[in-house]
Design a protein around this ligand. Structure first.
Ligand code: ADP
Ligand code: MG
Length: 626
């Protein structure tokens, strides 16, 4: 006699990586074995969520009236534990795919991640798409019997002991959903104890949005409200962090969370997080940016990008609104006025919370700024609706406070009597920018200048023209506020006019087309020369933007301004006019000016000339000492 079930049984072999993973799980002694229950309940909850989503549009399912719930039964004597849900279920093909084949890449990644023991295994197994296998930490064998919601599908059983193979056979189950039966190992008998089970649920799965029943009790064990719908007072820091890890698939702690509940102008719950780092962990499995969007507890979008502006795309978390209609397509949701309102409310809240953070915890805000400042600048650059508010989030280093971060408000508070502008200088890095000749004049007067050395700064400036009543002005612009008269340079120190005129001619000869003019400047004190923009030039920020964008980049033609009191120029006059050395020094003065502007296209090209100048200087010394 042949058993019809037997006849239907098919044997499969796990893939190599999955075998390895199972082997580790079976033989290692993990102290947090209880997390297997969290993983199975999370799968049941996913399955219920998916069914609920399906039923929004399709009532033609098995058991349409069945309660969406999870039932756990346990028997200490036989060490059997059963977890049954009324979720979406699996067909034969799906069960093979989901529990047999596809897990292998996740298995490999998981093993890599936990190899160095730095990552807590029990925290993260669920993040690799292999959470189900954690059951083999406690199971002698597992059988999963499932009946898909599709009326035509047939029930199926998957069975494995954690060794190399698993079996799939036809099953007799009339009700929709999935039943996971576990024969517990001898040393895992504790998990057949109802009291222990309830404790684990409270600890790890309290917020699952479907009732979990244990044993004969008609009372659900779990709270059921999702964390974001729970009032702030009831949620602990630990729960916020846990939730972050579970929803964002990050291992690190978040920098901060924003938990909001509003009724007007829209009804919404949101639990948002600012991650600890801008870059996602190397092992992070999160595929995209975006927020999880729920409506009435149903997940309608995993990675929604329309709820926050582009420049806040680093924010992660969940948004849930009762006002969103369920039975419309994602495209319609996207463009609805409700979405716009949600976006506005969320954006304002995030900015407000960041302002508060800046006020209350400067150190944490600094971390935020270092990680995410570029995003905020992006917001300013794109002239976001919130640009004004965003300005208050900006932080700068300045020539007077090069080590700390100042806000525009700080700057404005320190501004001197009569100063009408906020000055800034753009350059490559904070050190070299401090040596810029453009700062000479400001340094001598003790005027504060913002140091803008981040590539994003040039973009930001396109949207940041003014703060309060102060217009922003680049110190490299030839004509600065004329009302602020520079100190008169001592006439006696200047090179006589006729000599200076000859020198200017030499410069023009040597530099030719590369400069639009050469002239004297009364703004320089320490520096020998500087480059300024001719009238009507493309503004310097834009020049840099082009450079960063990798657009065809030509060194912009500028005016070379010379310091008529400078020693170098005086010595230069003493050299034979037209000599190689004089020419080399003129070239070098121009190149150095380009360099401090951050505009030199090929700095290493200066090396041979420097050598020439050094050789000449040394030869000169020998001559002097003769
Ligand atoms: P993940 O949940 O991250 O996808 P798991 O290893 O926990 O990874 O589960 C693998 C897959 O098995 C799930 O994605 C799902 O398709 C399927 N599955 C597991 N448990 C159930 C269940 N109770 N009901 C329906 N499908 C399930
Ligand atoms: Mg899972």
């Amino acid at each position: 006699m042949t058993d019809p079930a037997q006849e239907n049984t098919q044997q499969f072999s796990f893939k190599a990586e999955t075998k390895q993973l199972l082997n580790i799980l079976i033989h290692s002694l993990y102290k947090d074995r209880e997390v297997f229950l969290r993983e199975l309940l999370s799968n049941a909850s996913d399955a219920l969520n998916r069914l609920r989503f399906e039923m929004v549009t399709n009532q033609n399912v098995v058991d349409p009236k069945a309660e969406l719930s999870i039932q756990i039964t346990a028997d200490k004597d036989t060490r059997m534990l059963t977890i049954q849900d009324t979720g979406i279920g699996m067909t034969r093909d799906e069960i093979i795919e989901n529990l047999g084949t596809i897990a292998q890449s996740g298995a490999r990644k998981f093993m890599e991640a936990t190899k160095d023991k730095k990552v807590d295994f029990s925290q993260v197994i669920g993040q690799f798409g292999v959470g189900f296998y954690s059951v083999f930490m406690v199971a002698e064998w597992v059988s999963v019997t499932s009946r898909s919601y599709r009326p035509e599908a047939e029930a199926v059983t998957w069975y494995a002991t954690g060794e190399d193979n698993y079996q799939v056979s036809a099953a007799a189950m009339s009700e929709r959903g999935t039943k996971v039966q576990i024969k517990l190992k001898e040393d895992a008998a504790e998990f057949a104890d109802e009291f222990r089970i309830k404790n684990i649920i409270h600890k790890h799965s309290d917020y699952i949005g479907f009732p979990i029943y244990v044993g004969d009790s008609k009372e659900p064990v779990n709270k059921q409200t999702s964390l974001w719908r729970t009032s702030r007072q009831e949620v602990t820091e630990e729960q916020y962090k846990d939730f972050y890890r579970q929803t964002t698939l990050e291992f690190d702690e978040p920098l901060m969370h924003i938990h909001m509940v509003t009724d007007a102008p829209v009804q919404l719950y949101a639990l948002l997080y600012i991650p600890g780092k801008a870059e996602r962990g190397l092992l992070s499995l999160r595929k995209e940016d975006g927020l999880k969007l729920y409506s009435r507890n149903i997940l309608i979008d995993e990675y929604n990008k329309d709820l926050l502006p582009e420049y806040l795309r680093f924010v992660q978390g969940v948004v849930d609104s009762e006002d969103l209609p369920l039975n419309v397509s994602r495209e319609t949701i996207q463009s609805s006025t409700l979405m716009m309102r949600l976006k506005k409310v969320l954006t304002n809240q995030v900015i407000r919370e960041l302002e508060t953070l800046a006020k209350n915890d400067a150190e944490k805000y600094q971390t935020f700024w270092q990680e995410f400042g570029g995003y905020i600048k992006h917001g300013v650059a794109t002239n976001a609706a919130e640009a004004e508010q965003l300005n208050s989030l900006l932080r700068f280093k300045t020539n007077l406070h090069p080590e700390s971060w100042s806000s525009l408000e700080d700057y404005a508070g320190r501004i001197k009597e009569g100063q009408k502008h906020i000055y800034y200088i753009v350059g490559e890095d904070p050190k070299s920018v401090l040596r810029s000749p453009h700062l000479d004049y400001f340094a001598s007067r003790g005027t504060e200048v913002l140091l803008l050395t981040d590539p994003m700064d040039s973009f930001m400036l396109m949207g940041l023209r003014k703060y309060k009543d102060y217009e922003l002005q680049n110190v490299a612009q030839a004509e600065i506020d004329t009302s602020e008269k520079p100190k008169e340079q001592a006439e006696a120190e200047k090179i006589p006019e006729a000599d200076f005129g000859a020198l200017v001619e030499r410069f023009k000869q040597v530099l030719g087309e590369r400069v639009t003019d050469v002239r004297a400047s009364n703004r320089l004190s320490q520096s020998v020369a500087r480059l300024v923009d001719p009238e009507g030039a493309l503004n310097p920020e834009l020049q840099r933007v082009y450079k960063y964008l990798g657009k065809e980049y030509e060194v912009p033609k500028k005016v070379l301004e010379l310091n008529p009191t400078h020693k170098i120029l005086k010595s230069l006059l003493k050299l034979d006019s037209g000599s190689d050395l004089q020419t080399a020094i003129i070239e070098q003065i121009y190149d150095s000016a380009l360099l401090v502007e951050g505009l030199h296209p090929d700095p290493s090209s200066m090396a041979p000339r420097m050598q020439q100048i050094i050789e000449a200087a040394l030869a000169n010394m020998r001559e002097d000492s003769k």
